[in-house]
Ligand binder design. Structure first.
Ligand SMILES: Cc1ncc(COP(=O)(O)O)c(C=O)c1O
Length: 456
């Protein structure tokens, strides 16, 4: 009760604004992920590692827009790239090809071992959607295999078994719909796999070897549970053997785990890669890249598609290309922001600094929780980690479901009330402006939060 009382006391303006929002916007939020009880905090401004809410509270931000803001808030490199681009081109967008599209595509092909060609989208969701459509067209098969607990965006085909119930690990997972309003078709045509369990995965893939078009996965589950390298390699071999397209959804891990994402770190090369988040420097973006022969399926050159006016179909082997379009795809301002972000990350030592900050914070949090008798561990890779309140290994979503989630929620509310912003139960992300000093400050705030929790 005490936490709730202090939260309510400190966020009265947020409560008022939220109440008004909820009159006009379902649940008062524009994305379900932004909601938490009793109401989400309304922010007003941000600078560097800090967020400021409408009640004048300051928070060290570890949500960083779900990991997108790897340079922190308002980085000068980003602001000047945007201003320069806007004044140079004289408009927000051309609606035609432009030079930055090629520049960014070449950059992605240079950095990501799997990428030969690229298409841009406006979100991670659209990127995974296009990747799956490409795989379906390439193989001529219908089913999609995905891993239990892996998130790929908020659309029908992938809202399956993202948030499963606990199950007996001796039995493989079965598909469950995560939202109302999904036609049964999707659960019926989805095969769900257990992450980091190569034996069960191999059995399931073998059983459906003639039906599965693609295996899509977060190579690091939820951005924080690392894969066994042998598991990733085994999966690569199996998908190759069965002619399935392997899609790495690197929306969280791309440019976060390193300049070449998880595929660079683990040296396992998928057929297609989906990117988003960091790629846009905080602006809406996504990209799909991969093998030229698969990517070329969506080329309209020499073909007829639904938006071309040719009445005569071109004499081409495939007269209908795989359709992909979007008014804002390849937006010049967003690509300028993305290129400035990548350039900043390419300056010496950026990833080392990110990892050192993350490790310092993880060690500090583990020590504080340990001193106060809270069973816990941090689990993560590079600049992303999560806090899991349990002993023993954490290898997949089922292990997280076994942890003390209700204590974690209470802890999260305490630390939010002490000026550390995370979305309750969600992961922590670090930015380049989370310096050693900022981490020290965070640990002080964290200690106050934990002390308040255990005092109760
Ligand atoms: C791994 C992964 N894929 C896809 C998405 C969807 O991206 P967006 O929210 O940009 O649609 C997300 C978003 O969190 C994600 O984490």
């Amino acid at each position: 009760m005490e936490t709730r009382a202090s939260f309510l006391h400190d966020t009265t303006r947020s409560a008022q604004i939220y109440k008004e929002a909820a009159r006009w916007i379902p649940g008062g939020v524009t994305a379900n992920i932004k909601y938490f009880e009793p109401y989400p905090i309304v922010m007003e401004s941000a600078k560097g590692p800090y967020l400021h809410d409408v009640d004048g509270n300051q928070y060290v931000d570890y949500n960083l827009c779900y990991g997108a803001l790897i340079l922190g808030h308002g980085h000068p490199a980003l602001s000047s790239a945007l201003q320069q681009q806007l004044s140079q081109i004289g408009t927000a967008i051309f609606g035609t090809p432009h030079k930055l599209e090629t520049e960014m595509a070449r950059k992605l092909a240079d950095l990501y071992p799997s990428i030969e060609q690229v298409r841009f989208t406006n979100s991670g969701l659209e990127a995974t959607l296009l990747a799956i459509r490409l795989a379906t067209a390439w193989t001529g098969r219908t089913k999609l295999a995905k891993f239990e607990g892996h998130y790929h965006g908020s659309y029908d085909q992938v809202l399956i078994s993202v948030n499963p119930h606990r199950r007996d690990l001796a039995h493989p997972p079965s598909p469950t719909a995560d939202s109302n309003g999904l036609p049964d078709y999707y659960a019926e045509n989805t095969v769900v796999l257990p992450f980091n369990d190569l034996d069960q995965t191999a059995d399931i893939l073998k059983k459906h070897r003639h039906e599965i078009a693609a295996v899509i996965m977060e190579p690091i589950q939820g951005g924080f549970i690392p894969p066994d390298p042998a598991f990733l390699r085994g999966l690569r071999e199996l998908t190759r053997e069965y002619g399935m397209v392997l899609i790495f959804d690197e929306v969280k891990t791309g440019f976060r785990i390193g300049l070449s994402g998880a595929q660079g770190r683990y040296e396992v090369i998928p057929d297609l890669t989906a990117l988003g988040k960091v790629l846009g420097g905080g602006f809406p973006v996504g990209a799909v890249g991969g093998k030229k022969e698969i990517m070329e399926l969506c080329s309209p050159a020499g073909r007829t598609d639904i938006l071309t006016t040719d009445s005569q179909p071109a004499a081409h082997e495939h007269t209908t290309p795989l359709f992909h379009s979007g008014t804002y795809n390849g937006h010049p301002l967003i690509l300028a922001a993305g290129l400035a972000t990548i350039e900043t990350l390419q300056t010496g030592g950026a990833y080392q600094q990110l990892e050192e900050s993350a490790m310092k914070l993880r060690t500090g949090i583990e020590q504080l929780l340990n001193v106060h008798g809270i069973v816990s561990q941090t689990v993560g890779v590079g600049s992303i980690f999560n806090l899991v309140l349990k002993e023993g290994s954490v290898r997949q979503i089922q292990d997280v479901l076994e942890s003390d989630l209700s204590l974690r929620k209470k802890l999260d509310m305490h630390i939010v009330s002490h000026g550390i912003f995370i979305k309750p139960l969600n992961r922590f992300s670090i930015s380049l402006v989370h310096t050693s000093k900022v981490i020290d400050e965070t640990l002080e705030r964290f200690e106050h939060g934990v002390k308040r929790l255990v005092r109760k």
